[in-house]
Structures are given as structure tokens and as C-alpha cells.
Design a protein around this ligand. Structure first.
Ligand SMILES: [Zn+2]
Length: 99
């Protein structure tokens, strides 16, 4: 078993949602009462959602392949084959044996 860290693109939302619970709407209201105009640099910072990269993990399991006999890292615990290629070849072989 191992843990793989992957960089995933994540969008930060400007509104209070389940994904962004710490957003306070009073900060945004202050800007709106001052006037709807503010410089472009601030507009981009405030209004457009930020695209940030965050690392997320996923657990992988080491299994022995039924087709090629080698080891492979898979995300499913009860997997039989190391990759999709082995799975397809195994299916093709069984089909030829039957006919
Ligand atoms: Zn294999």
C-alpha cells in the first residue's frame, strides 16, 4: 500500500458554499457601497475565481497480475490485472478458447 500525491487544479469560489465555508459576505458588501467601480487589478482579484493547484492523495495497492504475472499498482483493492491492456488480452484469450 502506498499513498500517491497528485497536483489537482482547484477553483476557489467567491460565495459561501460547502466548498468555501469561511467566506464572509460583509467584505464584499463594503466594496459595493463605496461604488461599483474599482480598478481592474482589484476586480480580477475579487470577482474572478482563482485557479490554484492543490495536492491531493490517493491510496494505491500492490497486486500480482493474473495475466502477465508481474506486480502493478492499482487503486482498486480486489483488482485482478495490473492494467487495462492485460485485462483486455485476458478477455480475448478466453474468447478464443471458447470458440
Ligand atoms: Zn499485467
Amino acid at each position: 500500500m502506498r499513498r500517491v500525491f497528485k497536483k489537482v487544479r482547484h477553483v476557489e469560489y467567491d460565495y459561501k458554499t460547502i466548498k468555501n465555508p469561511h467566506f464572509d459576505p460583509q467584505q464584499k458588501l463594503q466594496y459595493e457601497y463605496q461604488g461599483f467601480y474599482y480598478p481592474q487589478k482589484e476586480y480580477i482579484q475579487k470577482e474572478i475565481p482563482k485557479n490554484t493547484y492543490r495536492s491531493s492523495s490517493h491510496i494505491e495497492y500492490k497486486i500480482k497480475c493474473d495475466y502477465c504475472g508481474g506486480f502493478g499498482w492499482v487503486r482498486r483493492r480486489d483488482a485482478k490485472f495490473c492494467c487495462g491492456n492485460c485485462r483486455k488480452l485476458n478477455y480475448r484469450d478466453n474468447k478464443l478458447k471458447k470458440s
